[in-house]
Write a protein that binds this ligand. Structure first.
Ligand code: 0PR
Length: 367
C-alpha cells in the first residue's frame, strides 16, 4: 500500500500547532500503547502525567503564593497541582465549565465570557445545558470589564477570561475579571490554551499567582511543542477535580475525572518530554524569537500600506483584499481569516524569517 506523505509546515501560517520537539516525538512513540485513563494499571504514564501537571502548574504560577486579600476565596493551593492532560483546549474548557456548574448552586446556570472566547465554549454550553452569555470586547479586542459586570447575575457560575485570544492574541484583564467573578460568588477560568507557553516571559497578569482565578486551560500541543493530543487543565483547589470525578467500579483505578475514557499515553508522555526539554529557557528563546519576528512582519506589512493590528502576542492581523487572500492561498500559503475577514498569521516555532520573506515576495507579486 502506498503511504501518504505527511503534511509539511513550510507554508503554514494559520495553525496554532507546530512541529513537536524531537524528545516529545520519541517519548510519544514509547508510550503509544499506554492509557493514562487507568493509572493503576499503567503506572509509569500515571507518574509522567503527574510530572506534566506539576510543570504546567509551575508555568501557570500555582507555586507562587497569591497575596490573600479580604474576601478572596483561597490563597495558596492545597497540595500538589490539581489537573490533568486533556485531549486539547476544547476538552479542558468543557471540563472547566462542567466543574463550575457542578460546584455552584444555580437553577439555570450561565457562563459569562467576552465574544473573543474560543468556540469550544459554545460546545460546552450545549453539552452541559448552561447558557453562554458572550459580551462585546473593547476597541482593542479585549474583554470589556463593564460589559462583563453587566451580564453577571445570581445564576452565573463561571466568568471566563482569555489569555491569548485565538484571533488577535489579546490578553484580557484577568485580575479584574476574577474580582467580578468572586464578588458574584462565581468561579473564574482563564483560557491560556495558546498563550500559556508565551506569557511567562511577558509582564502580563494572567496566572494563578497574579489573580484569584480558579482554573486554567494551557495546552502543551500548541506553543508547548508537545505531540497532539495534549491539552492541559489546572485547578487551584482539589474540589475542582473532585467535581469531575465519577466512580469506575471495575477498573483498578477507582475514579476518573477526565472527559474521555481511554486516552493517549503518547500525548501525556510527549507533553512531559517537551516541557522537560524546553521549560523555561527553550520556551523563553522561542517567545523572544517569535515576538521579534511578528513585530518585524507587522512593520513590513505597514510599510507596504496595509492596515495591521498592534501586535501583543505573536499573531499578526492584517487587512488584505479577498482577491489577494485567494491568490496567496493558490500559491500554497495556508492562511486563515478572523470572523470579520482580516487575515491572521500565527508566528509559531515552524515560522522562520526566510518563510516570511518568501511570503512577502509572493504578496508583492500578487497584490
Ligand atoms: N482556546 C483557545 C484560546 C484556542 O485558540 C483554541 C484553539 C482552543 C481553546 C481549543 O483548543 P483545541 O483545538 O486544542 O481543542 N485554537 C485554534 C483554532 O480553533 C486551534 C487550531 C489549531 C487551529 C491548529 C488550526 C490549527 O491548524 O483556531
Amino acid at each position: 500500500m502506498q503511504r501518504a506523505a505527511p503534511q509539511t509546515f513550510d507554508r503554514v501560517l494559520s495553525s496554532m500547532c507546530t512541529e513537536p520537539h524531537p524528545a516529545a516525538r520519541e517519548a510519544a512513540e514509547r508510550f503509544l500503547a499506554t492509557n493514562p485513563g487507568d493509572p493503576a494499571t499503567y503506572a509509569e504514564i500515571g507518574e509522567l502525567e503527574a510530572r506534566a501537571v506539576a510543570m504546567l502548574g509551575e508555568l501557570a504560577g500555582l507555586d507562587s503564593t497569591f497575596p490573600n486579600q479580604a474576601g478572596v476565596r483561597t490563597a495558596a493551593r492545597d497540595g500538589p497541582p490539581h489537573g490533568y492532560v486533556t485531549s486539547g483546549g476544547t476538552e479542558a474548557n468543557i471540563q472547566a465549565v462542567r466543574s463550575a456548574r457542578n460546584r455552584a448552586d444555580a437553577d439555570e446556570p450561565n457562563v459569562v465570557a467576552p465574544e473573543s472566547v474560543h468556540f469550544s465554549f459554545t460546545k460546552a454550553a450545549e453539552v452541559l445545558g448552561v447558557e453562554l452569555r458572550t459580551v462585546p470586547t473593547d476597541a482593542d479586542h479585549r474583554a470589556d470589564v463593564d460589559a462583563v459586570a453587566a451580564a453577571i447575575d445570581e445564576d452565573t457560575v463561571l466568568v471566563v477570561g482569555v489569555a491569548g485570544t485565538t484571533e488577535y492574541g489579546r490578553v484580557d484583564p484577568i485580575p479584574e475579571l476574577a474580582e467580578l467573578a468572586h464578588d458574584a460568588g462565581a468561579y473564574c477560568h482563564v483560557d491560556a490554551a495558546w498563550g500559556g507557553f508565551l506569557l511567562p516571559f511577558t509582564d502580563h497578569e494572567w496566572h494563578f499567582g497574579h489573580a484569584p482565578i480558579d482554573s486554567m486551560t494551557i495546552d502543551p500541543h500548541k506553543c508547548g511543542r508537545a505531540v497532539i493530543p495534549a491539552g492541559g487543565l489546572l485547578f487551584r483547589e482539589r474540589t475542582g477535580m473532585d467535581a469531575l470525578a465519577v466512580d469506575t467500579p471495575y477498573l483498578e483505578s477507582t475514579s476518573q475525572a477526565s472527559l474521555t475514557g481511554t486516552r493517549s499515553g503518547a500525548g501525556v508522555a510527549g507533553a512531559a518530554a517537551a516541557m522537560d526539554a524546553l521549560w523555561p529557557d527553550g520556551y523563553r528563546r522561542e517567545y523572544e524569537r517569535a515576538d521579534r519576528l511578528a513585530r518585524w512582519l507587522a512593520g513590513e506589512l505597514r510599510e507596504r500600506g496595509f492596515d495591521v493590528a498592534d501586535v501583543e502576542l505573536p499573531i499578526v492581523v492584517v487587512d488584505l483584499s479577498a482577491a489577494t487572500f485567494e491568490a496567496l492561498r493558490d500559491r500554497g500559503w495556508r492562511l486563515s481569516r478572523t470572523g470579520s475577514g482580516l487575515v491572521r498569521i500565527v508566528v509559531m516555532p515552524h515560522v522562520s524569517r526566510e518563510m516570511l520573506v518568501s511570503f512577502l515576495g509572493d504578496l508583492d507579486e500578487t497584490r
